[in-house]
Ligand binder design. Structure first.
Ligand SMILES: C[S@@+](CC[C@H](N)C(=O)[O-])C[C@H]1O[C@@H](n2cnc3c(N)ncnc32)[C@H](O)[C@@H]1O
Length: 260
């Protein structure tokens, strides 16, 4: 006999998915749009109104609309509200399998695009904002050290699903690399336009403690984004944005102009 309530198990499944190292939880239309556009391995999408979601997709992102409509399964609003601690106003939530990332291969690959390394970041929202700007600027990857998972649902929300646009992974420490290592540090030499070596690993410190002593020692250079006297530092994601857009021109690795 068919189960009269096939969605009974959904809240538990989504609760478990939040901590599943193999899964990514995608909340909201824009995050789902980027996940589809950058070929995420999507498992399912639950929507309170699949028809309205399809119309939104057709209006804002026609390139992904058919796939979004095909994925979206209807869920009643009460159940939807139990799938996340902060249900997204666009009424959609989805699950994807996380891509496998080989940090050694990422660092060994040739190319001018920098690799962003976040040293023990503590705010998932900051991590998401960094991933978003790194994807936009054409960075080669975002690696993080420390205990915080860069694929946490809050980070995915902060990146608007752009985790799928470039390799994102946690590492215990920065693996050995031939790439130049540059630490971004308010006490470094002033960062000017075009002075960043191409293909560098750009190391950014934690929100509180800055770059750790070990990574400062490994860095060939320490660079500071100039600030007005009296200002002690920029927000982490802001510092990453400035460094990426002041570095080698992203267009060198094939960035294009905007689409929704
Ligand atoms: C909020 S800041 C950390 C502030 C920390 N108290 C310190 O003194 O480094 C987080 C990270 O953003 C980067 N950052 C912030 N402002 C910067 C600046 N003006 N120049 C270079 N890096 C900066 C650094 O990598 C820093 O470790």
């Amino acid at each position: 006999m068919a189960d009269p309530d096939p969605d009974r198990d959904l809240p538990r499944r989504y609760r478990e998915a939040r901590h599943d190292p193999d899964l990514a939880l995608i909340e909201g239309f824009h995050a789902l749009k980027h996940a589809v556009r950058f070929d995420a391995d999507l498992v399912e999408a639950m929507a309170t109104d699949p028809g309205a979601l399809g119309r939104l997709a057709r209006r804002l992102a026609p390139d992904v609309a058919d796939r979004v409509r095909e994925l979206a399964r209807s869920v009643d609003p009460e159940t939807f509200a139990r799938l996340s601690p902060t249900p997204h106003p666009t009424g959609v939530i989805a699950l994807a399998r996380r891509p496998t990332v080989d940090p050694g291969a990422v660092l060994g690959a040739a190319g001018r695009a920098p690799v962003v390394l976040l040293d023990r970041p503590t705010h998932h929202g900051n991590m998401g904002a960094v991933i978003r700007v790194a994807a936009a600027a054409g960075a080669a990857a975002v690696l993080t050290t420390g205990p915080h998972d860069p694929w946490h649902p809050t980070a995915l929300r902060g990146s608007a699903g752009l985790h799928f646009a470039l390799p994102v992974a946690r590492v215990d420490d920065l693996p050995a690399t031939e790439r130049p290592i540059v630490a971004l540090d308010p006490d470094g030499e002033p960062l000017g336009k075009g002075v960043m070596p191409p293909g560098a690993v750009l190391v950014f410190g934690s929100e509180r403690g800055g770059v750790s002593a070990g990574l400062l020692q490994r860095a060939g250079r320490r660079m500071a984004i100039p600030m007005r006297p009296g200002v002690s530092s920029l927000n982490l994601a802001t510092a990453v944005a400035v460094a990426l857009y002041w570095g080698p021109p992203p267009a060198a690795d094939g960035c294009a102009s905007r689409r929704e």
